[in-house]
Design a protein around this ligand. Structure first.
Ligand SMILES: [Zn+2]
Length: 445
């Protein structure tokens, strides 16, 4: 009789070294050698990107396996020693956590805890209480904060919407050097697999974005709707350096799982990403750094929204908003500081209803058709061309054509967060889909 174990991992990486997905990828190979069977793809759970103490990508991992009772200690030892070896423990702010959860079923309360970790803020005490209640085992390094994400990864079953990512890793001698991937082949792969893969290239800048920058072990990652499509896309990319290993992950990336609807603007809380509606109450203005700021209000409150320069296409739309436009905003919430009030950092905006833009203009000459010149306040108009005078005429109201349309607008692909649902995924959301059987090849080696 095989036993089930869920292994959660979080916060092993730093900006200068490592990646928690790589630890998971190493463990896939090692656990298979202990004859473990995987009952799901490794889960990559992105947590709330708006908490101030987040790790780089804020991704936690969960491996769900079945194993012989005889190897249980060996499994745990393997996980712990791999984390110890791979984690950047000297780095301040890297506080790895491991959770072993030995039960075929995940309690509902753990699911709730996971959702809270993705949409809001939780603390280590909440995690410790749940671990005790459900007899989970945890190993926290240093402050132990990583235990929060590790437990959240165990608790998130991804039965709502989810996507897949195949990640290929480099051999260590190439860490830090330029990633050698044929760019043309990435554009071809994108054209052949879109919309079932997403965020491969940035259309605005004609740039490949599957390759990260930085010294981490990731060569590239391709995101998509099924294990089969990401595998197919992977095979289409011409790779010009050795691939040490690759793994297909199941993930909440590209699902908007972090956004929670807020009914009233007065209920907005810092660090909780949201969806909210309001009416533009202060026109967009540009601030230093070429960022656009505007305000929205409802009957309960008024709040600032920001479209930062790197949001590209989104910022361009925001520039054209006027007072009275009704919008739905999507984004993270920055807490107020000494110089700035609480602000929603926009990821997307939906224009619900456009106000009419009225301008007052001088009337036209009734004799020759030329636009008249003003003779001074309330002194009427005169015509430059034919000399006619109209002392009693007043300005006329004109409705301007708005240069934007209703609809959903989002940040450019290159500045989208891991969790942001891209435009191509609308209508492709999955519901209550369970993984019955894994694809034949979902990892190497
Ligand atoms: Zn005239």
């Amino acid at each position: 009789m095989k036993k089930t174990m869920h292994i959660g991992l979080d916060d092993t990486d730093s900006t200068r070294k490592g990646c928690t997905t790589y630890v998971a990828a190493l463990l896939v190979e090692k656990l298979l050698k202990l004859d473990a069977g995987f009952i799901d793809y490794p889960n990559l759970i992105r947590l709330n990107p708006n908490v101030p103490w987040k790790t780089r990508g804020n991704g936690a991992l969960c491996l769900r396996i079945q194993h012989d009772e005889s190897v249980v200690d060996k499994v745990k030892e393997t996980v712990i020693s791999t984390v110890e070896k791979q984690a950047d423990l000297e780095c301040r702010g890297t506080d790895p956590g491991i959770v072993f959860f030995r039960s075929p079923r995940i309690p509902r309360e753990l699911g709730t805890f996971a959702r809270k970790t993705i949409t809001g803020v939780v603390n280590l005490r909440d995690a410790t209480r749940l671990l005790k209640k459900f007899k989970g085992e945890a190993i926290g390094f240093k402050s132990g904060r990583g235990v929060i994400g590790a437990l959240a990864a165990v608790g998130e079953n991804l039965q709502a919407d989810h996507t897949y990512e195949i990640i290929a890793y480099r051999t260590p001698e190439n860490y830090g050097s330029k990633r050698m991937v044929d760019e043309a082949s990435v554009f071809e792969m994108d054209a052949a697999t879109r919309p079932y893969t997403f965020n491969n290239v940035d259309a605005e800048k004609r740039r490949v974005i599957i390759t990260p920058r930085g010294p981490d072990p990731i060569l590239f990652g391709i995101r998509g709707e099924s294990p089969e499509i990401v595998k197919k896309a992977f095979q289409m990319v011409k790779v010009l350096e050795p691939v040490e290993r690759w793994v297909i992950f199941r993930t909440n990336q590209g699902t908007d799982a972090h956004l929670k609807r807020v009914e009233k603007l007065s209920r907005i809380t810092p660090y909780s990403p949201l969806i909210a509606r309001g009416t533009i109450s202060a026109s967009p203005r540009m601030i230093r750094g070429r960022h656009m700021i505007f305000s929205i209000k409802d009957e309960s409150s008024e709040v600032d929204c920001a479209a930062y320069e790197p949001t590209g296409a989104l910022r361009a739309v925001v520039k054209k908003l006027i007072v009275g436009d009704q919008v739905e905003v999507y984004g993270g919430v920055r807490s107020p500081s000494r110089n700035t009030p609480l602000t929603i950092n926009l990821e997307k905006i939906r224009l619900l209803k456009l106000a009419s833009q009225i301008v007052f203009r001088n009337p036209l000459c009734s004799r020759c058709g030329r636009r008249l010149k003003s003779m001074g306040t309330e002194k009427g108009f005169r015509c430059d061309r034919c000399g006619a005078r109209y002392p009693s005429l007043t300005k006329v109201e004109a409705r301007m054509k708005r240069e934007i349309r209703r609809g959903l607008y989002m940040t450019s692909t290159r500045s989208q967060r891991h969790l942001t649902k891209p435009a191509v995924r609308y209508g492709m959301e999955k519901r209550h889909e369970r993984v019955e059987e894994l694809a034949r090849e979902w990892h190497f080696p």
